[in-house]
Design a protein around this ligand. Structure first.
Ligand code: SF4
Ligand code: SF4
Length: 413
């Protein structure tokens, strides 16, 4: 294998082998561990994460950082699970800093003590993204199945006291969309420079809990109006991003800006992924950084080349005059909703499967009306209970084989 210990030598080596039309990755997501003290019902980790507990060690991660930087990646996210579960995080941040990455810690805040903040500051961490589940203790703690709300608030104050720029992140869904004004007020009170209101995208655990989480169109429109109001009055103090769930659109998103185009994820066990949800796609063998260099993986592996360009497309995408806009949408969504990752993303109203998406949205409205009649309940009366992300549920779901389209009752808590 090429010696990639020197970024300069490695950059030259990879540039020489760069196939025409394939740009280098810009963004590396280092998923250091799937371990996490929280149990979020919308967690984006794979539902079978508990069967992939093996983690890369410090030296292996350092090699990955060097190779990624040599390839051209400039943005680096440390994520998980909870990346603070790794006690070598500070070492990796320090190495990333030396290599010239812009680094972002994506965290629930659990374990982010003043000592670790001091050490991360010294190591050169640039930015912290802190997640909350809601503006109320009751819902925050329910959705994560922990008592962590007060701790997160203290961590937010410490992050600011240490002088880090902070993004507050809150995943939105049926339960907390009515609280958007309070969530914004909380971000303003905490001094967050950015607020990411990310409506749930339905992969991983969120897909398993889709019937409980999907909001109504009316809820979304009301929340968007609130966001617009705050942007006008407080836009200078805090930039607010509002990411609309694509089930409510008629055209799909340009997922990851294209498969193998700018994003390179490395899972805790070393599996390299063009999208962090792609692991569940059947028929693809994703390469592992233990066995191949990142340059080989990015430019030459069958998995990273599988959905590049347009040749893989089926109709209606193949002959569609909009295909350069959205590249056919999301491959994971196409698989989850049609059983074939090469189909058009059914969010698109040209897809023969689009009716399914329309039906889900209609069912969300019915469920919401039923829940309103069922005062004080956290789920509508006819729904199954919500599924929490934990090792036991993960093993049950994994034993069912492929990503479950609808999880069985036994896998629910
Ligand atoms: S979404 Fe929640 S459970 Fe999943 S990794 Fe993040 S904090 Fe942990
Ligand atoms: S048919 Fe395919 S390429 Fe055309 S707009 Fe729909 S998803 Fe995009």
């Amino acid at each position: 294998m090429t010696d990639l210990s020197s970024p300069t030598a490695a950059a030259t080596a990879s540039a020489e082998r760069k196939p025409e039309g394939v740009a280098p990755p810009l963004w590396l997501l280092a998923e250091l561990t799937y371990r996490c003290p929280l149990h979020c019902v919308f967690c984006y980790n794979p539902v079978d994460y508990a069967t992939n507990a093996r983690e890369l060690d410090t030296d292996q991660w350092i090699r990955i950082l060097r190779e990624a930087r040599a390839l051209g990646a400039a943005q680096l996210g440390f994520s998980g699970g909870e990346p603070l579960m790794r006690d070598d995080l500070e070492i990796l941040v320090g190495e990333a800093r030396k290599l010239g990455f812009y680094t972002n810690l994506i965290t629930s805040g659990i374990g982010l003590t003043d000592k670790r903040l001091d050490d991360l500051k010294t190591a050169g961490l640039d930015h912290i993204q802190l997640s909350f589940q809601d503006s109320t203790q009751q819902l925050n703690d329910f959705l994560s199945s922990t008592r962590t709300f007060d701790l997160k608030r203290r961590v937010a104050a410490s992050i600011k006291a240490h002088g880090f720029p902070m993004v507050m992140n809150c995943v939105l869904h049926r339960y907390n969309l009515p609280h958007v004004d309070k969530i914004i007020e909380m971000a303003l009170a905490m001094g967050a420079e950015y607020l990411e209101l990310a409506n749930t995208q339905y992969y991983g655990w969120a897909f398993a809990n889709r019937a409980q989480l999907l909001p109504t169109r009316e809820q979304l429109e009301a929340a968007e109006a609130v966001v617009e109001r705050y942007r006008k009055t407080h836009g200078e103090r805090c930039r607010i991003f509002f990411v609309v769930p694509d089930y409510f659109e008629r055209r799909p998103k340009r997922c990851m800006n294209g498969w193998g185009a700018v994003f390179l994820g490395v899972a805790p066990d070393g599996t390299a992924l063009p999208c962090h949800a792609a692991r569940g796609l059947p028929g693809l063998t994703f390469p592992n950084v233990r066995e191949a260099s990142l340059a080989d993986i990015w430019y030459e592996s069958a998995a990273f080349n599988r959905f590049r360009g347009f040749d893989w497309m089926k109709e209606p995408c193949r002959s569609c005059d909009e295909k350069t806009n959205d590249l056919g949408g999301c491959r994971c969504q196409a698989y989850l909703l049609t059983g074939d990752a090469a189909n058009a993303d059914p969010v698109c109203d040209k897809s023969p499967a689009h009716e399914q998406v329309v039906r889900f949205v209609e069912r969300a409205r019915d469920a919401s009306e039923a829940a309103a009649l069922h005062a004080h309940g956290t789920t509508a009366p006819n729904e199954q209970p919500i599924l929490f992300r934990n090792d036991s549920n993960s093993r049950k779901l994994a034993s069912q084989g492929e990503i479950p389209i609808e999880p069985t009752p036994e896998a629910r808590r």
